[in-house]
Ligand binder design. Sequence first.
Ligand code: FE
Length: 205
Amino acid sequence: MSERFIYCEDREAYSTARVRALEALLIKKGVITERTVDTVLEFFETKMGPFNGAKIVARAWVDPAFRERLLADTPKAIAELDLPDGMAGAEGEHMRAVANTPGVHNLIICTLCSCYPWPVLGLPPYWYKDPTFRSRAAREPRAVLDEFGLPLAKNIKIKVWDSSAQIRWFVVPERPEGTDAMWEGELEALVTPEAMMGVAVSKAT
Ligand code: FE
């Protein structure tokens, strides 16, 4: 591993302190209020998050025609569903869904920074922004997925999609076997953000 990707051990504490200091400074200067950061976080905890993505995927699992429309024109298909206002807003522009099949597994990354479809997946996890993850996932996705606990058979093709401000990708995982009797709401619970990023698959339990 290149040395530039080695972090100090107290990275989390350091980042936290830096964010607190920045927030305090912005409040002091009157750029934001004491509520601003909490309001934004609350919005992405309650309105825009992986629960929206789970609804979209579950609908695609039960409705093949919707799945087709979702893959053909993602924002238009998403607009059909009863989801919160703002799905096409900040970080939700130009979303594109790609579907896993028995022979193809999709993985989303952002090699440049951390572009991510916030309205369907929420805020990106810290490792998504990690330079080591970003470069290795592009270079050796099979090895990286294996380390994530997702060993894929050699005959399964891996497609890596690089998100940007122009296109923000998310994955429609395969519907797990043994879920034929489940209704849409139950299926939603099987769709994790990791599965919609492609670092995991959806499982029946
Ligand atoms: Fe980015």
